[in-house]
Ligand binder design. Sequence first.
Ligand code: GUN
Length: 338
Amino acid sequence: MAAPTVRRVRFWAGRSALRRRSSAFEAVRRPVSSNCRSLASRPCFAPACTHCEPGAARMTARIINGKAIADAIRAGVAAQAAALACQPGLAVVLVGDDPASAVYVRAKDRAANATGIAAQTLHLPADTSQDDLLAEIARLNADPAVDGILVQLPLPQQIDPVAVQEAMDPAKDVDGFHPLNVGRLVAGRECLAPCTPLGVMRLLRGGGTVLDGARVLVLGRSVLVGRPLVAMLLAADATVTVAHSHTRDLPEACRHAEVLIVAAGRPELVRGNWVRPGATVIDVGVNRLPSGKLVGDVAFDECAVVAGAITPVPGGVGPMTIACLLSNTLTAAVRRRE
Ligand code: GUN
């Protein structure tokens, strides 16, 4: 005969269940109450734990407004671009018809032109050969009116993205993906750095987060975001840990972080009880749920009652990526004219 199952009362079982059991609830200390919707198996550490009570949890985190910081960067780029003797130029290359890539490329083209950068988009067919794309890159490398080149990823499968990145003039590599720029970044030298991690760093600085000596956890080790971020954070004197899909006890690793940067590509992976109270949480993720809702890699509502500061999705890291692309294009233009 099967052993009888013991139904354990979980404090985060739901509001009505908790109200029914309010006397039992009051009899215990209340450490797990605020994040009852999280997958808590241990206290949530929320400073004021009221989620399960009528009146519910209060959001305590300061929202880091990426749009406002990005707008300020864009205004600065526009002013500097206007002061240059000749207009900076940006070439954006889109190969194929990936709808998301088309949206991103249009946004980059528009933002550049609105900032006084002469942007041109080259739209090549999905069956473009690698040799034809490399010939196009060689032409853009030699074009004096082009200061920055960006080839939108992902590329169709017949094209090796590394071959394309290596073919680019490193001085025009506004994505910061060329091995020379990657090496310079890791060595802490002047370079064109990848836009999304650069955006994260500027968000942290703009949001007033002190990095010197801080325990920072980067969750995600991608070539585009996680790895360059590690180099940038080290250059800012942070104490950096990298976590990823093979990390044991990810929630516990996250709870140690004073600054938690999440670029895992998993919708709402980070729950409220993964966050250290008062931590700064930066969410790099952008995920579309089947419902159509856009969410990050962080469960925002849960984490915002624990964190000290947090980025929203949308309106956090996203606008910073384009602002940093414009800033890199200006930097490339200035350096090429020196
Ligand atoms: N696709 C998604 N993000 C990026 C990016 O930062 N640069 C390029 N070139 N393609 C992307």
